[in-house]
Write a protein of this length. Structure first.
Length: 208
């Protein structure tokens, strides 16, 4: 509407011969330009096209509309890996190591300290295979000694090893160490061998 008025004033100006009338028209033309410019700067003037962000009566002039993010938030993880490691640890997902299908049956020896029977199971820990072998079978009521030859350093939530329900102490996996876990199982069942946070399943011990 303001542009049409300006054009009308300009046409009238072209047709005028009187100097005073021309001067008045020039003043009105300049005033009209300033008014329209001020409306545009304040946001009250709106070109009604598809690129207009707000209507002339929108109270949010000068504000920027927030664009919803399509990026999913990062899922918390346990921060590290034990050879392939702890990735998959976050979000409550338990990472399961490759297990041998046939359980290794414990060998029975005499304990050198008290000459009582002790069941021996042995494994090697590496970052790529975790513990190998990883599934064992023992008998309830007889002491078990689980020996682990640690070849690689554990890291992240896989920095340590434990056996919930059989051996609850958390033992760090330190390269070059020989871990000896001794316990006497009393209740038959299958017990997971896990990392210290119980998020990586290294294997299992079947108690009969």
């Amino acid at each position: 509407m303001g542009i049409l008025k300006l054009l009308n004033l300009f046409i009238q100006f072209k047709c005028m011969n009187n100097y005073s009338a021309k001067l008045i028209s020039i003043s009105l033309l300049i005033a009209g330009v300033l008014i329209v410019s001020g409306m545009y700067i304040k946001g009250d003037f709106n070109l009604d096209d598809e690129n207009s962000a707000y209507a002339s009566n929108d109270s949010r002039v000068g504000q920027t509309k927030a664009i919803p993010s399509t990026t999913k938030p990062n899922v918390a993880s346990c921060g590290g890996s034990a050879g392939g490691g702890c990735g998959g640890c976050g979000g409550g997902q338990k990472k399961v190591a490759n297990a041998n299908t046939i359980p290794v049956v414990a060998s029975v020896n005499k304990d050198t300290t008290d000459q009582q029977d002790v069941q021996i199971i042995k494994a090697t820990y590496t970052n790529d295979k975790y513990i190998d072998p990883s599934v064992f079978k023992v008998k309830a009521g007889v002491k078990v000694r689980f020996e682990i030859d640690v070849k690689d350093e554990g890291s992240g939530c896989g920095y340590a090893i434990t056996i919930p329900g059989l051996y609850d102490e958390v033992v760090p996996l330190e390269a070059g160490a020989l871990i000896n876990m001794e316990f006497t199982p009393t209740t038959p069942g299958s017990y997971d061998i896990t990392c210290g946070m119980e998020m990586i399943n290294y294997g299992s011990i079947i108690v009969e």
